[in-house]
Structures are given as C-alpha cells and as structure tokens.
Design a protein around this ligand. Sequence first.
Ligand SMILES: [Zn+2]
Length: 108
Amino acid sequence: MPKPMHRSRSFRRLDRVARSGRHVLHYERKKPSIPHCAICGSELNGISVSRNAKGKSRKSNSRIFGGVLCSSCTAEVVKLASRIENGEMRVNDIGTRQRGFVLQMIAH
Ligand SMILES: [Zn+2]
C-alpha cells in the first residue's frame, strides 16, 4: 500500500523498472498549468510556470490586472472604464465578463 501522501491525485505516477528488474512506482508533483486570461481565455505571456521560478517579476506582470488579464483585454477594460467615467457609456452596456474588472478600475 502506498504512503498516505501518495494516495493523493496531486501526485502523478511514473512506472519505472528498477535495476533488479522489479516494477516500481515513482511519484512526482504534477506540473502547474499555464495561466489564462479571465476574459478571453488566451494563454498569458511573460509568466514562468516553472516550479522553481525565483522572484516576483518572473511570476507575474507588474501592469494593472497583471497575471489575470491579457494585454488586449486590459486595454479594452481601461478604455471602457474611462468611457463610463466620462459619461459616454453606462455600466449596463458592458458585457458581464468585463463588467467586474471595469468596476474595479473605477473604484480604484
Ligand atoms: Zn484576454
């Protein structure tokens, strides 16, 4: 029976043959998934998914909504927020996915 910690599915199993010819299971943490934009779902650039990435700037962007939204969606949110602040648009005219981020921009 495997150790209790190895019964978790957060470990992936690797089938290996030992030098003695015995079949053994090796356990390894799963690789982290690539972060995606919260609005359009595209993969985010400039973020290391390596498990041993050092430093804050390698793990996220310093831009507003960095590490959450892609650059084009961020630009769109900034544009919509300024239009609402100037009274050219209303909050109800914005799509539901962008609305939360636009409201955050205005409150900021
Ligand atoms: Zn996006």
